[in-house]
Design a protein around this ligand. Structure first.
Ligand code: GLU
Length: 448
């Protein structure tokens, strides 16, 4: 079957999984030459195998709310591929979670994790549980109930979940406690644990910092620096706020963050004090717009950040947050670099448009790999029962992001068109990640 036939059959089989089909098409669009160059890939049906998860575990989660009512949610774990290491990827708790979203995220995770150069396979999981407005007791009861169902399918050498949207240190700690309680085993079964009971330093900062380290390499490839660059960031979660912090540390000016209610624009730029305030505000689950009373700036209710003039855009909120109209807005407002902190924040049409306009583009699976990379370092620290220092891990993270940048750039060097200064990081990341997983499948023969 050709890659086109595989996509066609996926579309026929999974017509209700548009996000998953979108992620597969995005990868397929850049790997066809690499695929044809190695006849083993089609002989061993590598594309067909990598687009069907090893398994999808789905289950029901019953839990009790504060009023004593029984609530029922759905939970999933998509174990996509353990070709190059244990299944690895986050858990997302959000009402939009369904099998399509988790299959797209799990599929992307195969290539992202391979790009880090660490031995990790790809997986994703989560629930349609909405943490918004839930008490701490409800969150705890839900996390316990979720792991009570999932624990039998995970393990430190089998499948190692972590956080994602709606799942942070608090939730991981509750889930870790329930796993430990049920199995009597203290191991690195989840990453993103609290520092002091197995968690790694810099894990919280890693996705945002890593995306900015990736950008650092993009800028230096164009002989540019952060100085005088205006950065627009969407989102106000862990990724967005740490991207803002690192961009500021490296001398850029960060003008925006946003949430589902609107955009916060500070024309004076965020300082460390302002970012710390934002972190506290978010941790207390209070509204972003209170910032204006504290520090000035403007609150753009219901708006996204792309109407502001800037040089660099970092979408750090969620999938498909930037459509063609917003991509056009970015280009019209002077954006020269788009770095994806979120997973698949640009639609395919938006990606095509900014690439046509010669905007430097870094796809999420390369640019946001810093989070899972430090998760990989957390796993190795847990295995040897030792902790590394913040400084040591920061050096490792920065080096991993440079390696991903350089590997992706090298993979497409021979295709570099003279008509554009842009490096094709999208094709490069897809090719490098794909080959690492695909070569393992060929070596294994028929088994995964
Ligand atoms: N959810 C993060 C991601 O999208 C991190 C996953 C992990 O640390 O396992 O890569």
């Amino acid at each position: 079957m050709s890659m086109q036939d595989v996509i066609q059959s996926l579309e026929n089989r999974y017509p209700h999984q548009p996000e998953f089909i979108q992620a597969v098409k995005e990868v397929a669009s850049s790997i066809s030459d690499a695929y044809e160059a190695n006849s083993d890939y089609s002989k061993f049906k590598v594309f067909e195998r990598l687009t069907e998860p090893d398994r999808v575990i789905s289950f029901r989660v019953n839990w009790e709310d504060d009023e004593g009512n029984i609530q029922v949610n759905r939970g999933w774990r998509v174990q996509f591929s353990n070709a190059i290491g244990p299944y690895k990827g986050g858990l997302r708790f959000h009402p939009t979670v369904n099998e399509s979203v988790l299959k797209f995220l799990g599929f992307e995770q195969i290539f992202k994790n391979a790009l880090t150069g660490l031995p990790m396979g790809g997986a994703k999981g989560g629930s349609d549980f909405d943490p918004k407005g839930k008490s701490d007791n409800e969150i705890r009861r839900f996390c316990y109930a979720f792991i009570r169902e999932l624990y039998q399918y995970i393990g430190k050498d089998i499948d190692v979940p972590a956080g994602d949207i709606g799942v942070g240190g608090r939730e991981v700690s509750y889930m870790f406690a329930m796993y430990k309680n049920l199995t009597h085993e203290y191991g690195g079964v989840l990453t993103g644990k609290g520092v002091g009971f197995g968690g790694s330093l810099i894990r919280t900062e890693a996705t945002g910092y890593g995306a900015v380290y990736f950008l650092e390499n993009m800028l230096s490839a164009q002989n540019e620096t952060f100085t005088d660059k205006r950065v627009l960031i969407s989102g106000a979660g862990n990724v967005a706020l740490h991207a803002a912090e690192k961009a500021l540390m490296l001398d850029a000016t960060v003008l925006t963050v946003s949430d589902s209610q609107g955009t916060l624009h500070d024309p004076a730029g965020f300082t460390q004090e302002k970012i710390d305030w934002l972190k506290d505000q978010k941790a207390a689950r209070k509204p972003l717009k209170d910032y204006v009373e504290e520090f000035g700036g403007e609150w753009l209710a219901g708006e996204k950040p792309w109407q502001i003039k800037g040089d660099i855009a970092m979408p750090c909120a969620t999938q498909n947050e930037v459509d063609i109209a917003e991509a056009e807005q970015m280009v019209a407002n002077g954006i020269k670099y788009v770095v994806e902190g979120a997973n698949m924040p640009l639609t395919i049409a938006a990606i095509d448009y900014i690439r046509e306009q010669h905007v430097h583009y870094a796809p999420g699976k390369a640019a946001n790999a810093g989070g899972v990379a430090v998760s990989g370092l957390e796993m190795s620290q847990n295995s040897v029962r030792q902790y590394r220092s913040f400084e040591e891990l920061d050096v490792q993270l920065r080096q991993i992001m440079k390696n991903i940048h350089d590997d992706a750039a090298r993979a497409t060097q021979h295709l570099q068109a003279e008509s554009t200064p842009c490096i094709d990081y999208m094709a490069g990341a897809n090719i490098v990640g794909f080959k690492r997983a695909a070569d393992a499948l060929v070596a294994y023969g028929v088994l995964n």
